[in-house]
Design a protein around this ligand. Sequence first.
Ligand code: ADP
Length: 257
Amino acid sequence: LSRRINLGKGKDEIYTLANTFDRMFDRLENSFETEKQFTSDVSHELRTPIAVIISQCEYALESAESEQELLGALKVIMGQSQKMSRLIAQLLFLSRSDRKTQPLTIEEVNMSALTEVVIEEQKILADKNNITIHQEIEPDLILQADETMIMSMLINLITNAIKYGKQDGYVFVQLRETGNQIEGVIRDNGIGISESDQSKIWTRFYQVDTARTSEKEGGIGLGLAMVKWIIESHKGTISLESALAKGSTFTFSLPKK
Ligand code: ADP
């Protein structure tokens, strides 16, 4: 079948790709050499999807007996590749922020419109979990900021609220002006975070319950570290109020200029 759809020579390319990734990991490892645990976490998190990709490629090329089976394997490959791509982007971001070489492109950002776009995009994930997103967004709140970063910060917070939210529950997103600041609130009525974990979740790779998180097809505990970096590099603040089994409220404040 693979020959029929001309995947045969893809095999060599897959191995070359895997080797390229391997060399990339070595480079990443060197760039984080001071953090041993971090390095081993990174290697593990990136090598796992590669192993799945390789085994699914082998299956697709050698054992798949129908187009349906082939498509199934391709879907897994696609999902794992996207996961890796997200992880690598997060890692490069953190590596650059460590080295203070992460550039900020400051421009006028319509925070209200941006937040609405992000909410709209997250609705598919919310629907999957039967979660309703309520929003209370003051129109045309303008900020001097790096738009891509602010967007990434919002995506992380809203995705988390949905991932760790309550089935059939809600996520509430509020944006308003307070003096010369823009204040954002992202609240869920989900699983909540214990008091002892509340200070730890901002640390790279920290996850309250790794089994539960990977079950949710989540990230690997880098999201909030990025959120914190983004907020602080815009001279803002972020805080958390949470209670187990009741839910979490993340509140950030960003200066408009
Ligand atoms: P990830 O979601 O990839 O695990 P994050 O850095 O975004 O990583 O979050 C770190 C951890 O904080 C998560 O694993 C989860 O345990 C906890 N967490 C984050 N947001 C929430 C939330 N809204 N409700 C409950 N727990 C949360």
